[in-house]
Design a protein around this ligand. Structure first.
Ligand code: HEC
Length: 249
């Protein structure tokens, strides 16, 4: 590639101050993407109590685990070691029998006292198991994300992430040696996948089969934006060095 094709407004020969601005943004947003990935693994990724994001995780998070109450799922999952098999069975049987207040007062309340309240009742953020009220909602069938939280998270994602994609795309639009049409497609992809992702959360709430679309949407926009970020960094800093060394040969 010769210098004559380096137009004025292309990444390799941008003014230094613009490179500084773009690079700062690209690095911080890139780090943000990594942290977001980590956070997804730790929250949704653990929904099925196994590390790593799977379609099951997404179904549990949005549709819920409708064969099971949250209490039962946890007693067979990450809380399995917190009580003896006898106590766990007693709790699960009580849940299946409709979690009555009568049985709570006579027996089950004590089982929670013996095994659970040392954490659930002390650690902030964990549901409090000292009273039936704190246990009741977890004994009901798990129907996944509430409409409330879906609405909140959807609008934060739509507004917040589109800002990120806007600037990532804008910076990438100055890339050199990539056709206008290819750039247009790459810039449009994250927006399309973001739309798919968030639509799929809502669909998954009622139809678990859409969990796939959530996964594809998320992976799609991560790949497209990572490509644009890396390509922009490469063109701003490595490409000028590489092309000038070729010229000097
Ligand atoms: C040593 C502390 C500890 C003890 C004892 C404990 N838990 Fe937990 N529990 C936690 C922590 C920490 C979490 C959050 C992480 C997780 O979900 O695995 C949790 C989460 C839960 C959840 C999910 C809560 C939610 O909001 O979705 C349920 C249900 C639960 N525990 C039930 C129990 C039951 C029933 C017992 C007693 C048999 C028990 N736990 C004993 C620490 C404890």
């Amino acid at each position: 590639m010769t210098t004559s094709v380096l137009g004025r407004n292309q990444l390799p020969n941008l003014a230094l101050e613009l490179k500084a601005l773009f690079t700062g943004y690209v690095l911080v947003v890139g780090l943000g993407l990594l942290v977001a990935g980590g956070q997804i693994l730790l929250t949704h990724g653990m929904a099925d109590d196994e590390f790593g994001l799977s379609v099951d995780d997404i179904v549990y998070s949005y549709y819920g685990n409708r064969g099971d109450s949250r209490l039962e799922a946890k007693l067979n999952g990450s809380m399995k070691d917190k009580a003896s098999i006898v106590d766990r069975t007693a709790i699960i049987r009580w849940v299946h029998d409709g979690s009555s207040a009568l049985a709570w007062d006579s027996q089950i309340g004590q089982v929670f006292q013996n095994n659970c309240v040392s954490c659930h009742g002390v650690i902030p953020g964990l549901p409090d198991f000292n009273s039936l009220a704190g246990v009741k909602s977890l004994a009901a069938i798990d129907t996944g994300a509430s409409i409330d939280s879906l609405t909140r998270v959807s609008h934060i994602h739509l507004f917040g992430i589109s800002f990120i994609f806007f600037f990532v795309g804008w910076i990438f639009s100055y890339a050199q040696g990539i056709s206008s049409r290819t750039k247009a497609v790459l810039i449009a992809i994250p927006f399309a996948f973001l739309f798919l992702d968030i639509t799929a959360w809502w669909l998954t709430k009622w139809y678990p089969a859409f969990a796939w679309a959530t996964l594809i949407g998320g992976i799609g926009y991560s790949i497209a934006s990572s490509f644009m970020l890396l390509c922009s960094l490469y063109q701003m800093w490595l490409m000028p060095i590489l092309t000038s060394s070729i010229r000097n040969d």
